[in-house]
Write a protein that binds this ligand. Structure first.
Ligand code: ATP
Ligand code: MG
Length: 501
């Protein structure tokens, strides 16, 4: 009573009682029930009919309140994972850190989570305070307190069409504010990924980060380095595929979070050409997502890291390596350093390599070369990448224009185009003339070409150019570095270069 009186005099609002939710009816929240997926309703009603509580929760409620169609629906319940599993035909318990249930309807996957408890005091943590494992169930109020931001801690019951709001999420949605629940430093320490999440939501939703939520980020940013690489990768991918990748990256820079996430990304962004390239790539990605098209993670990461590859590619060539092996060495080096930090999946890594490896092949426009390249499984990705290189000013736009025309043209026009460039000598990717082949080639190279198809052919092509330049010196130059690399694990030896086609 006295407290209430003093607050009234001072004009201070009472802290919210976060044990009891504010209950909002349809006229207050304005959610359109038609936007709620029928499978989400199936899950909540099945659980409710079995006597449990069940709600749509988290990002889906946030998006529904913003009038955006949620891309997935998460369900929260007081049923245990075992109890959930028994109610659905295709349900799987997954997760070690915290068990959740995946309920499948055809291709649609819904995540059902049991309300989580708040007591992380006894949960195992790493030396920086990051919670490693915790499997305690709790009440709905506790579950709300465990969530990251106020706008992500609301529960929607499709049966009653009510929203339960424990932390003033509705107020923050209206004010376009991102506010962390609880004490910001403690929450970032428990899980540093929340710093990446706040940046993503701010950029994607065009919300402001409330000052006390934002304040610790620049100081606490290095804690991201202790997070397992696979989680950082998942979060980075979400960020890049959010439809606001460019805004996210700018926000990451502003928050000082880009250091250490993609090593050297800060350096890349500071080089005018690298910056332009990344900007164009992310703009194109955002446009594709807005148009409902798919985006390949391999293309995205290949773009983000291209200028690092380029720098190393140039350095290897300056040191006497031939262009194709130099490119593979550069790719190996960049991929190795990124794998450590980002846990790039094998498939993504091989897509990136393919896109990079295709680039010099675009310069070979003579003979069968352009036709072979067109048949490449990932030609489209490599071609889009080439166009980005042209648009960023890295290479002559003439090459991109030629390929665009070649791609569209019919067989007769294609043949004319090839003979035109072959005639001028611009189609070989080198100003040097290709010498006629004489006698049997070195056994080593012959082996390389049979093992690698087109890629081997590229490799040979370089060899021929080099011989033409000043025989026999280049051969000596080539043997040195190659033998050395084999000794170090053979990173770029022909047998280790992945087959492109
Ligand atoms: P998106 O639209 O990207 O899916 P989201 O908010 O749904 O956004 P999810 O990763 O799907 O993000 O998480 C679902 C919900 O789980 C969040 O809304 C939030 O309530 C909670 N959550 C997710 N990650 C964390 C975290 N690191 N700390 C606390 N709560 C989290
Ligand atoms: Mg989600």
């Amino acid at each position: 009573m006295i407290k209430k009186f003093i607050r009234k005099i001072l004009g201070v609002k009472a802290p919210r009682n976060t044990d009891e939710p504010e209950v909002l009816g349809p006229e207050q929240h304005g959610i359109d029930p038609k936007m709620v997926s029928s499978n989400a309703v199936r899950v909540t009603s099945t659980l409710q009919e079995a006597g449990f509580e069940a709600f749509v929760v988290g990002g889906a409620v946030r998006d529904l309140l913003l009038g955006v169609k949620p891309k997935d629906f998460d369900i929260a319940t007081n049923a245990t994972p075992e109890q959930v599993k028994r109610l659905f035909r295709r349900a799987f318990i997954i997760g070690r850190r915290f068990q959740i249930v995946h309920v499948m309807f055809g291709q649609d996957l819904l995540e059902v989570t049991t309300f989580r408890g708040t007591t992380t005091d006894n949960a195992p943590k790493d030396e920086h305070g990051r919670v490693l494992r915790d499997n305690t169930f709790g009440s709905q109020a506790e579950d709300a307190e465990r969530r990251d931001f106020t706008i992500n801690a609301m529960y929607y019951n499709p049966a009653t069409q009510q929203v339960l709001d424990y932390h003033g999420g509705m107020r923050d949605i209206r004010a376009k504010t991102l506010r962390i629940i609880g004490q910001p430093e403690a929450r970032y320490r428990e899980d540093p990924v929340r710093m990446l999440r706040v940046v993503r939501f701010a950029a994607k939703l065009k919300f402001d980060i409330e000052p006390t939520t934002a304040a610790p980020i620049s100081v606490m940013a290095p804690l991201i380095n202790n997070v397992p690489a696979a989680r950082v990768f998942d979060e980075m991918l979400k960020l890049l595929m959010s439809g606001s990748a460019l805004a996210c990256l700018q926000q990451l820079r502003k928050a000082g979070l880009h250091h250490g996430l993609l090593p050297l990304l800060d350096v890349v962004l500071e080089q005018p050409l690298g910056f332009k390239f990344v900007t164009l790539a992310l703009e194109a990605t955002d446009k594709r997502i807005a148009a409902g098209k798919t985006v390949s993670p391999g293309f995205l990461f290949a773009s983000l890291l291209w200028h690092q590859v380029l720098e190393k590619w140039n350095a290897y060539q300056a040191a006497g390596e031939f262009p194709i092996p130099a490119l593979h060495l550069a790719a190996d080096e960049v991929l190795e350093s990124q794998t450590e930090k980002l846990a790039l999946q094998r498939k993504i890594g091989s897509d990136m390599r393919d896109i990079w490896a295709m680039q010099p092949r675009f310069e070979r426009r003579n003979g069968k070369n352009p036709y072979k390249l067109l048949e490449h499984l990932r030609f489209r990705a490599g071609f889009d990448f080439l166009l980005l290189r042209c648009a960023s000013g890295e290479i002559d736009p003439e090459l991109g224009n030629w390929w665009s025309a070649f791609y569209e043209a019919d067989e007769t026009v294609r043949a004319e185009m090839v003979s035109a460039v072959s005639g001028t000598g611009t189609g070989t990717g080198s100003k040097r003339k290709r010498p006629p082949r004489r006698g049997t080639r070195h056994g080593e190279e012959a082996e390389a070409s049979t093992e690698q198809g087109d890629e081997g052919a590229d490799y040979e092509g370089e060899e021929v150019h080099a011989d033409a330049e000043s025989s026999p010196a280049p051969r000596k130059r080539r043997r040195g570095p190659r033998r050395k690399r084999n000794g170090e694990g053979g990173a770029a030896a022909p047998a280790d270069v992945p087959t492109v086609d």
